[in-house]
Design a protein around this ligand. Structure first.
Ligand code: NAP
Length: 248
């Protein structure tokens, strides 16, 4: 069945791969970005080449008013949403907790935790059947870091993803009878630009080699899991946290 979805951080990396795979299925896609409009427009153009409707939507998920405007803009252009992928996230350069400033930690938590909670709230407000919605699926992007802790790298980021796992458990129970499924994916080391923003562009390659499968993953491999969780094929799956880590 054709769907309309919104992907935060849909312009690059994992979010981009989810948007492109959704478009290949003929789904309509809201492609959120915060800085790189050009990248978001390239995703929209690629979706259009596949015959899908898509829209680039600016929004800093750390700003509540931006998030609300993003939902309004997307539904106005594409219609009511069937799915929301809460994917936007950042890491800061590698450091131990003893050397982390509160400003750095605040930024990580504002985007990765508050941004995700507010995005999930807006999705729930629109999709819950008791509020006039038609039900749907929320997919949250956690990380293997939530269970590994990421010592010497970014325990702030790891903690922010622990919050995502907890939100998945709690919100799935709140929305169980509302027709809204809530699941999370914990990617392992995936080849995207996020590692460069953490100060080591080659990190996915270097550490990916130590995963049981002996390699990093691709954004497309995460997208396959996300599209399944969004689809009707996952109709009895809620509250699940799916590791897509090559066994890591
Ligand atoms: P990425 O390549 O760095 O892309 C990040 C995306 O998020 C971009 O589209 C970016 O938009 C957007 N974004 C960043 N801050 C934002 C904000 N404040 N508001 C709205 N959008 C924002 O990252 P990625 O590797 O694809 O990561 C996507 C998600 O997967 C994140 O939640 C990350 O924690 C998680 N994850 C990644 C890995 C991995 O190895 N790559 C592993 C586990 C979990 P602009 O381009 O406009 O800045």
């Amino acid at each position: 069945m054709s769907k309309t979805i919104l992907v935060t951080g849909g312009s690059r990396g994992i979010g981009r791969a989810i948007c492109l795979l959704a478009a290949k299925r003929g789904w309509s896609v809201g492609v959120n970005y915060v800085h790189d409009k050009h990248a978001a427009e390239a995703v929209v153009a690629a979706a259009a080449r596949d015959g899908a409707k898509a829209l680039a939507v600016p929004c800093d998920v750390a700003k509540e008013s931006d998030v609300i405007a993003m939902f309004e803009q997307t539904t106005e252009a594409l219609g009511p949403l069937d799915g929301v992928v809460v994917n936007a996230g950042i890491v800061a350069p590698s450091a131990r907790l003893v050397d982390m400033s509160v400003e750095r930690m605040r930024r990580v938590f504002e985007i990765n935790v508050l941004g995700a909670y507010v995005t999930a709230r807006e999705a729930a407000r629109r999709m819950a059947k008791s509020r006039g919605g038609k039900g749907g699926s929320i997919v949250l992007m956690s990380s293997a870091a939530a269970r590994l802790g990421s010592p010497d790298l970014y325990v702030d980021y790891a903690g922010s993803k622990g919050a995502i796992d907890t939100l998945t458990v709690g919100l799935s129970k709140e929305l169980g009878r509302e027709g809204v499924r809530v699941n999370a994916i914990r990617p392992g080391l995936i080849e995207t630009d996020i590692h460069a923003s953490g100060g080591e562009p080659e990190r996915a390659h270097r550490l990916g080699a130590t995963a049981p499968m002996g390699r990093p993953g691709t954004p497309e491999e995460i997208a396959e899991a996300a599209i399944w969780l969004l689809s009707d094929a996952a109709s009895y799956t809620t509250g699940a946290i799916l590791d897509v880590t090559g066994g890591r």
